[in-house]
Write a protein that binds this ligand. Structure first.
Ligand code: COA
Length: 381
């Protein structure tokens, strides 16, 4: 057998701790449990900012002035409509399709009607970013209404991004406090450095493929239960447990069967995910307000056992699940909602990738054979 040439490359499974590029968008301090967007702590953004302002910040690197904020807010409102051809696709799609698959297909369809689809200039890419952020909520809400046998609700120009989505979903204007809670959820999910879906978007963008292709790559990556799909799994688990008294036995049985508990663990955080801290408070507040703290109590018990047994902390998906559930959002829309927010971060990263592009092309450590002798098909055993 011929000698294998050895490369002086480092192999880290899952690219753990590998720095793949420079970026000025988002910083995670996994030891201290801090998350920073463009220099601003997520806790301050959750307390004082809005999703619209956060989108502006991610795209432009600075907080907007009043007139810049007004402008981006009106542009988002103006771009909420989706083409009739897309409504037709959503209406005829199988009702049983997963909404993430619908979103992936919907975004692909949007590309077909976008006049800027193949224009890769910076200005065209910014216009596409805006359209994607504005239209994704309309796609998700319209599909949900069709599958329930209802007519889609047209976007409301008098509601901001968060409130408008809740309105398009249910057909009634949300309470102010629910609107603000959902707005905070969108801020918390907007970006997270080189997470799997953002990285997928950047890999596609780095081939100089178009923005829609990069975003569909990201949607596909987000859908998985090890990434954005975990929030859906968390709620299914809470429902299966049903009562706080059953939480401990469920978690212990899962752990002894070597199964993972959704909503726990993280590749980067070695302590509590700061988004989970904020979402825990919201989940608690919603439970108290609704007079039913069952989901919160079950969650707290799971959290305690996971800390004791595995020294693992909840991640963003753990408490967001019961928050969305208590806001009346259907479980299979939890991950599309993640995308509805993360599209802001994805597009910021795609713009950054195009601005300083280099093809992303790692190596694999080959573990297969070499120098096998080719046998014609008739001679194979
Ligand atoms: N439940 C139980 N054990 C877990 C766990 C979980 N949620 N997350 C990690 N672990 C354990 C693993 O079993 C492994 O233990 P071992 O060393 O004894 O085999 C160890 O912790 C390291 O886990 P690993 O899967 O290798 O870490 P990772 O960095 O590759 O994965 C996640 C990170 C997020 C994919 C992982 O924690 C996970 O699958 N979590 C559940 C899904 C989830 O919530 N995803 C959303 C992330 S925001």
């Amino acid at each position: 057998m011929a000698e294998r040439e050895t490369l002086t490359a480092t192999f880290k499974e899952g690219l753990e701790d590998i720095v793949a590029a420079t970026s000025s968008i988002c910083f995670i301090d996994g030891v201290q449990g801090r998350l920073i967007y463009r220099g601003y702590d997520i806790r301050d953004l959750a307390r004082y900012s809005t999703f619209e302002e956060t989108v502006y910040l991610l795209w432009n690197g600075v907080l907007p002035t009043r007139s810049q904020l007004d402008e981006i807010s009106s542009q988002l409102i103006e771009n909420r409509a989706i083409p009739d051809s897309l409504y037709a696709i959503l209406r005829s799609a199988p009702k049983s399709a997963h909404p993430m698959s619908i979103l992936r297909s919907g975004v692909s369809q949007l590309a077909l009607t976008d006049p800027d689809a193949e224009d890769s200039s910076f200005e065209a890419n910014k216009r596409k970013s805006l359209r994607l952020v504005a239209k994704i909520p309309t796609i998700i809400a319209a599909f949900h209404r069709y599958r329930k046998g209802l007519t889609p609700v047209a976007p409301s120009a008098s509601l901001r991004h968060a409130g408008n989505f809740l309105y398009m979903l249910s057909g009634s204007r949300p309470e102010k406090r629910d609107e603000r809670i959902f707005d905070v959820c969108l801020i918390l999910h907007a970006d997270h450095e080189f997470n799997a879906s953002t990285f997928a978007a950047r890999v596609t963008a780095a081939t100089l493929s178009d923005m829609y292709s990069a975003v569909t790559s990201a949607i596909g990556a987000l859908k998985g239960p090890l990434h954005g799909g975990a929030n859906e799994q968390v709620m299914k688990m809470l429902l299966a447990i049903g009562e706080p008294s059953r939480a401990e036995s469920h978690v212990r049985a899962e752990l002894s069967a070597k199964r993972k508990i959704p909503g726990f663990g993280h590749r980067v955080y070695k302590t509590e995910d700061p988004r989970a801290t904020i979402l825990r408070e919201i989940a608690h507040e919603l439970g108290q307000r609704g007079g039913d703290s069952r989901w919160f109590d079950i969650s707290k018990r799971i959290e305690r056992i996971m800390k004791e047994e595995k020294q693992l902390y909840p991640n963003v998906d753990f408490y967001s699940a019961s928050v969305y559930y208590q806001l009346g959002i259907p479980i299979d829309l939890f991950t599309p909602i993640f995308a509805l927010s993360r599209i802001s971060g994805w597009t910021a990263h795609i713009l950054e990738q195009y601005a300083h592009n280099r093809l992303i092309r790692p190596l694999s450590e080959y573990t297969g054979p070499l120098d096998l002798e080719y046998a014609p098909v008739e001679k194979r055993m």
